[in-house]
Design a protein around this ligand. Structure first.
Ligand SMILES: C[S@@+](CC[C@H](N)C(=O)[O-])C[C@H]1O[C@@H](n2cnc3c(N)ncnc32)[C@H](O)[C@@H]1O
Ligand SMILES: [Zn+2]
Length: 273
């Protein structure tokens, strides 16, 4: 397999040797029992989502509630994708990434997340194809230059200079962000964090220095969910950091037994010139 990872200490390529990744200089990174490798150099500035948030996310994704997002991402990768790996920054459980590699059988993939709880789950998503790495998206990525055919950034932080560095020329960045009315039926009742206005404009402006915009589309769907699923949807997102489980369940009592919710996300594609 082509080298993809680089040593977070010296920047040389990492090669797999038994249960380790090592560079020529001799820096060694053990593969954890659960299958991920921690390539954080030094202390983590961000620790990412908690195990409870990831359990909630796994349940919601396994029930197929966000399959429209996986499909949208697969469609966004279709066509004339150049050679190279698929990288997901802030991959969480790597559910969407696993869907993408199933649809693109010849590709290897890297799931990066700052959360060890996420990296454990991503390592189990497709062990033969996805390498799961603990890394902070805001720092230098532990990836060599020009290795990625696509970088996915799905409800996750974006590092545009690092994205441009790892993409091959002609490689794509696929960004999924919530639209203004995403989960609107749950937002007030459950006390979810509001979606910032002007997010799309800021994304396009900051990407322009590194990448060219290809297109933007909005994916809309409705799902009917029970109260437990509504709580899991609340707990898996950014509101999960501050929403207490007991408070959440009490608020969910105000919902009908079955609630129709709106899924509305913007999918934006950029290309590295
Ligand atoms: C809302 S979740 C989305 C997960 C996945 N992309 C999905 O759509 O299912 C955001 C993810 O980004 C990760 N994350 C947050 N800050 C990060 C950082 N600075 N570096 C790497 N990952 C980060 C979190 O741990 C979490 O798994
Ligand atoms: Zn090294």
């Amino acid at each position: 397999m082509t080298d993809l990872l680089r040593c977070p200490v010296c920047g040389l390529a990492l090669r797999r040797a038994d249960r380790t990744w090592r560079c020529e200089v001799g820096h060694v990174f053990d593969i954890a029992r659960q299958g991920y490798v921690n390539l954080l150099a030094g202390r983590a500035a961000h620790t990412g989502d908690t195990a409870a948030m990831l359990d909630a996310r796994s349940a919601v994704l396994a029930a197929g509630h966000l399959d429209v997002v996986t499909k949208g991402v697969i469609d966004a990768l279709g066509g004339d994708l150049p050679g190279g790996a698929i990288v997901e920054a802030g991959a969480g459980t790597a559910h969407h990434l696993a869907g993408a590699v199933r649809a693109l059988p010849s590709r290897s993939a890297i799931a990066m997340d700052a959360s060890v709880a996420a990296a454990k789950r991503a390592a189990a998503a497709d062990p033969s194809r996805i390498t799961s790495v603990v890394a902070d998206v805001w720092q230098d990525w532990p990836l060599l230059d020009d290795v990625a055919a696509a970088v996915l950034c799905i409800f996750a932080p974006r590092n545009l200079p690092e994205t441009a560095r790892v993409l091959v020329p002609g490689g794509r960045l696929v960004v999924v962000t919530p639209a203004q009315d995403h989960l609107q039926e749950l937002r007030a009742v459950l006390g979810l964090i509001e979606i910032e206005a002007g997010k799309q404009e800021r994304l396009t402006e900051s990407a322009a220095r590194h990448l060219d915009l290809i297109d933007r589309s909005v994916i809309r769907a409705t799902r009917t969910v029970d109260r437990a699923t509504a709580c899991a949807i609340a707990a898996m997102g950014p509101s999960g950091f501050h929403l207490d489980d007991v408070v959440l369940r009490r608020r969910a009592d105000r919902l009908s037994a079955q609630t129709e919710i709106t899924l509305a996300v913007t999918l934006t594609r950029f290309v590295r010139p």
